[in-house]
Design a protein around this ligand. Structure first.
Ligand code: 6PG
Length: 224
């Protein structure tokens, strides 16, 4: 496992560079790249910057790391957000997440027994959640299933999410954290005792974890 934390002034620009580098690396090594997408406003700023000529998108297979249990066309849907910002412009393969058990079967078929995404995008909420693994959630301790129904918070109290082991198996995780509202929690997640916040499951990741943090969100970190 390798962990990097980088504080940047322009988070969308840094996230775009890191994402493109990770995807290009996977395509160069193995001819295709599986990517788990995240919802949230910070990842959205990355999707907004990606362009059709950035990559050979036909070699990219998109999945969702979590989704709100709403119709895909609903304004709360992560799929709809990523579709409108990125997916409708590119010729990638896209697998929307609409049902936990069938998505797990799809992931088992597409990712193989190792079950590792090449690149996984994640955000972190003000409460330390990541994907749709919220503090106190009963699915935080799930170790067998890959995708589960999960309680969320308003405005989307029902979600689907990949489980902690799936996140921990990903080869390259990019965690995008922006805004002053996350500074205190980020400090605890990175520097505090383990086991308090769902995002701390990333400390047990097998692959590489790259925290990209904007200046405001980094304000409470001792090591900046
Ligand atoms: C979602 C997410 C969620 C998100 C964080 C951070 O569906 O809401 O996938 O985990 O990434 O809440 O969101 P922001 O970047 O908007 O703070």
């Amino acid at each position: 496992m390798t962990v990097r934390i980088q504080v940047v002034d322009d988070l969308p620009a840094a996230a775009t560079a890191a994402f493109l580098s990770a995807v290009r690396g996977a395509i160069a090594r193995q001819g295709r790249c599986t990517v788990a997408l995240s919802g949230g406003s910070t990842p959205r700023a990355l999707y907004d910057r990606l362009r059709p000529d950035d990559l050979d998108w036909s070699k990219v297979v998109f999945f969702f790391g979590d989704e709100r249990a709403v119709p895909l066309a609903d304004s709360l849907s992560n799929f709809r957000m990523v579709w409108e910002t990125l997916l409708r412009q590119v010729s990638a393969t896209i697998h929307p997440l609409t049902h936990a058990a069938s998505y797990e079967a799809l992931l088992r078929a597409e990712l193989g027994a190792g079950g590792a995404f090449d690149v996984m995008l994640l955000g972190m909420g003000d409460d330390g959640h990541t994907a749709s693994l919220f503090p106190g959630s009963p699915v935080l301790s799930e170790r067998q299933r890959w995708v589960v129904d999960a309680p969320g918070v308003a405005p989307a109290p029902r979600r689907f999410t990949v489980t902690a082991p799936v996140i921990q198996r990903a080869r390259e995780v990019l965690v995008l954290v922006g805004g002053a509202g996350k500074a205190k929690v980020l400090q605890e997640v990175i520097e505090g005792p383990r086991g308090k916040y769902p995002s701390q499951l990333l400390h047990e990741a097998a692959g590489s974890v790259f925290w990209l943090v904007d200046t405001a969100a980094s304000a409470c970190l001792a090591a900046r």
